[in-house]
Design a protein around this ligand. Structure first.
Ligand SMILES: *[C@@H]1O[C@H](CO)[C@@H](O)[C@H](O)[C@H]1NC(C)=O
Ligand SMILES: *[C@@H]1O[C@H](CO)[C@@H](O)[C@H](O)[C@H]1NC(C)=O
Ligand SMILES: *[C@@H]1O[C@H](CO)[C@@H](O)[C@H](O)[C@H]1NC(C)=O
Ligand SMILES: *[C@@H]1O[C@H](CO)[C@@H](O)[C@H](O)[C@H]1NC(C)=O
Ligand SMILES: *[C@@H]1O[C@H](CO)[C@@H](O)[C@H](O)[C@H]1NC(C)=O
Ligand SMILES: *[C@@H]1O[C@H](CO)[C@@H](O)[C@H](O)[C@H]1NC(C)=O
Length: 446
């Protein structure tokens, strides 16, 4: 009896729902908005956007001599003794118009936006108490970018999320802990914990997208302690979601959703919510002035990844890299708006959808499935030559003569015939179809 009494007293006073261990944290149900949203935009923006050569890993590649392109760029253009920090004054953002950015994101059909609040270089896009004189308020634009963008994103009904890197390549406290084989946690105790709480308390992101964890274990990062705070006490505790990049051995194993590797795209149904973070510029997350046209994903490449990902239970997080002056260049804008145009017609197969019994068709490798409200959507990535599309995996749905099939964006229903192992659906003439890059059959079975 005493034990029962004590237990209820404890539960009544502490309200601690989740304990700081994965076993407990992993029991948290995923806030439903995240799975319903399906599509987000990722923004990589920082001091690396100034040289905008090679990659957002510019500083590290330079210091470790691992990119000839960077070594030559520095040698040819800067005096000996030039430091990475000197780039920060040119991170000007003078053309940044967050309203315009948000317009671009809305037109893409994305439902959430995630900004790199601080990448591995350690430069924070907000005036952090814990990043004295290495932030966007003290240097460069002299603006609180995290605040400005957050305000515009919230006004628009998009959901705001923040990326945050745990490790910083050259922070002296991090390097000291590393030299001690992470037996000390000075960096975590005096910077990372405090800065993450500052970020969450001040800007209230509904996604905290952690990165840069693999240098050390979750024990070093005190990840479970932090996430327990996030779930139990933080101002966003009821709706926040966080990913899996919380320490060596944790990635792809714990968190509200898994990101595993960059551009994670398993092509099969996963039993845990996951997200495919990818870049429109296939070679870099940060802006590259010298990117070639062929380095950017084509509209069909982007759609294919979106469709395959959603069909297999994932979300897509599509990255753009703005320029140092704050511009999202037209090629990124175009890709995003092409996706938005497609979603305008075909979004009912994507948003709020669930994976179906089959993800891809057994006879037709261009077809991926989703389902929603007793309807099955067959998303096609190629138009058949003779206007007849063949599907294998759906034949059971066509055993009733009352089943209807329609093409999203077009009027009326389509004729179909059931054969032994397939159904053949007669498409309208391609010329009158609104969306041909990828198109969706809506199958309602009775
Ligand atoms: C990179 O190259 C420079 C110049 O050759 C050298 O001084 C430095 O030690 C090298 N750094 C590493 C990490 O190899
Ligand atoms: C910012 O962008 C919005 C939307 O495109 C536009 O209406 C507004 O005039 C812009 N503001 C400035 C200062 O250019
Ligand atoms: C935001 O969503 C609310 C509720 O769904 C809606 O009434 C409002 O018009 C939306 N605002 C914008 C700017 O889309
Ligand atoms: C860290 O680990 C390495 C390899 O196990 C060892 O050689 C080194 O002495 C350790 N350093 C400290 C400070 O413990
Ligand atoms: C599609 O599904 C089949 C099983 O029907 C599987 O063997 C195949 O690898 C999948 N194709 C793709 C492109 O994922
Ligand atoms: C098909 O629809 C007709 C008319 O609504 C109905 O009488 C019949 O039972 C339905 N057949 C099936 C297999 O549901």
């Amino acid at each position: 009896m005493w034990r029962i009494f004590l237990l209820s007293l404890t539960m009544g006073t502490i309200h601690a729902q989740y304990e700081p261990n994965w076993k407990s944290l992993d029991t948290r149900p995923l806030p439903s908005w995240f799975d319903e949203a399906k599509i987000g935009v990722f923004i990589h923006w920082g001091v690396y956007s100034v040289p905008s050569v090679a990659s957002e890993w510019f500083w590290n590649f330079w210091q470790t001599n691992s990119s000839q392109e960077i070594t030559e760029y520095i040698e040819n253009n800067f005096p000996p003794g030039f430091t990475y920090q000197e780039f920060a004054k040119d991170f000007t953002a003078e053309l940044l118009n967050v309203t315009r950015w948000v317009d671009i994101f809305i037109k893409s059909g994305a439902k959430y936006v995630i900004l790199t609040s601080k990448h591995h270089e350690g430069f924070s896009l907000w005036p952090s108490k814990y990043s004295y004189s290495w932030n966007a308020k003290d240097l460069g634009p002299h603006r609180d970018i995290v605040e400005e963008l957050g305000e515009a994103v919230r006004k628009s009904n998009l959901t705001y999320g923040l990326y945050h890197s745990l490790f910083e390549w050259y922070h002296p406290l991090f390097l000291a802990d590393q030299a001690n084989n992470f037996t000390t946690q000075t960096f975590v105790d005096n910077k990372i914990m405090l800065e993450m709480k500052e970020l969450v308390n001040r800007y209230q992101p509904l996604i905290l997208w952690s990165d840069g964890s693999i240098a050390a274990t979750d024990t070093y990062w005190k990840s479970t302690e932090f996430i327990a705070w996030l779930y139990n006490e933080s101002p966003v505790k009821d709706f926040v979601v966080t990913n899996d990049r919380w320490g060596d051995g944790v990635v792809c194993k714990h968190g509200d959703f898994y990101t595993c590797d960059d551009r994670y795209d398993p092509g099969t149904l996963q039993n845990k919510k996951w997200e495919n973070a990818l870049t429109i510029d296939k070679k870099s997350w940060g802006f590259r002035r010298n990117a070639a046209l062929e380095d950017y994903m084509t509209p069909l490449e982007l759609l294919t990844v979106v469709v395959r990902t959603v069909s297999c239970g994932g979300n897509v997080l599509i990255n753009v890299g703005p320029t140092k002056d704050g511009v999202i260049t037209p090629i990124f804008e175009e890709r995003l708006s092409q996706l938005g145009d497609w979603l305008e017609i075909n979004g009912e197969a994507i948003y709020n959808s669930k994976p179906w019994t089959f993800q891809n068709d057994s006879l037709n490798s261009d077809v991926w499935y989703t389902t929603r409200d007793n309807t099955v959507y067959a998303i096609n990535l190629d138009w058949p030559q003779d206007n007849d599309v063949i599907l294998g995996s759906v034949i059971d749905l066509f055993k009733s003569t009352n089943t209807t099939v329609a093409l999203l964006g077009n009027e009326g229903t389509l004729k179909w015939t059931l054969q032994s192992d397939r159904v053949v659906i007669q498409l309208p003439n391609k010329a009158i179809v609104k969306s041909v890059t990828a198109w969706v059959l809506k199958v309602i079975a009775f």
